[in-house]
Design a protein around this ligand. Sequence first.
Ligand SMILES: [Ca+2]
Ligand SMILES: [Ca+2]
Length: 440
Amino acid sequence: MNYINKFKSLGLLLVGFSLAFSCASKEDPNYLWLMAILQPVAPVDGSSQSLPGTDSTDETTFSMTIEDINGGSDFLFENTTTYPLRIKVRDLINPISGTLVQIIELDHQDVAGNAVFKAITDESGNVTGSFTINNREEPKVQLQVTYLAKDYFFEVNLLNVVELSRDIYLFTSPLTQVAPPIQDADGDGIQDSDDEYPNDATRSTKLRIPSESFYTVCYEDLFPKMGDADFNDYIVRVFNEEDLDSQGRITRIRGYYTHVAKGAGYNHTLHIKFPKSVSGNLTLKRTKPNGSEYYSNSSYLQKDESLMILPESNTTISQSNTNQGQSFTLGDKAEWELVLDNPVPKLEMGNAPYDLFIHVKNTNLDIHRLGFYKNADGSDKYLDPAGFPWAFLIPGEFSWPLEKKNINNAYSFFDDWYISSGVNYKEWYLTKDTSQVFSF
Ligand SMILES: [Ca+2]
Ligand SMILES: [Ca+2]
């Protein structure tokens, strides 16, 4: 949840514009003036607005106003951030509908990677949704708009941003405003070459979350007693896939899990709870590390129902994977697919891996990550008196602490990250003391 300290940073505002397009030609002084007013905007109040220049070959120019909401978010010990987004695409007078808008992940070298959100604009020129990226010292993504078969790129700096809100202005000379024919076999508005399901109008995009590798989700199991902070009692690797329709809403969702550690005497099962509005047909299968399938089931997931992903942890892994000298051995895998009865906006579904929790057989209690369950006084049910959670997730192949080793000793920047409420050392998990963590 974002806190109150919100403000808008406003870049360029175009108002009172009344030029008639019919008289805008390259020789027309009005046209030249129009081109001038649309030159890329200088950065305002420190926001980075890296806008490519006018493309002289097709007389198209463009600009962007920034109306991002800045501020901070509650610290939930998460190492990823989800950004709600609102993008409007228009020419100088009218919204542009049916135009493809994508958010592309950038790596540490600013090289463009996978799309983390994709949708076409509605009749008002708007796209809304959300995307999630791993926390970074300098969070950035690329915004890509495809219009009249041409791609426009904007680098977006997300530092201090809690919600991305941009208006994109595209102006193409009337001489070249002819939309090329597109191939769209299923008629969902996404052309075949951009449609990951070109013959299925209910789906056009497949998002993998995280886009590469997986999340490592670590649990302490003594709740409500404080744990020993080695965060290795139950550990699962997970990634999810969301299929989006052309409006960017989720129509199918999948989860992939591997049990990787059990540094505990207690016995646990792994579950997921979906938002109350979610229902649909579900398939689930479980396999042993050698690939042999030992469980397969199709069922209907009722609203407000949770799903057991993996059974008792003393049957799903052959060793703890938390002692020095053990060679890493994978545990069981599980995967499910849920075909939703109705499309669900990404923000309503929440952030992958969603409400993924363990049930502790010995205590008959569930243990969730922060941000899902509150006490009557508004405090988080799963935050202990020292301000510590019983569970959190780390991007990628995280080396968890060995048995009885504290996470703050094993990771020297963990305390700086935690004490600064996640502001500093956002990539604390990359610096480890190899003598105190499990190695692969
Ligand atoms: Ca299509
Ligand atoms: Ca499709």
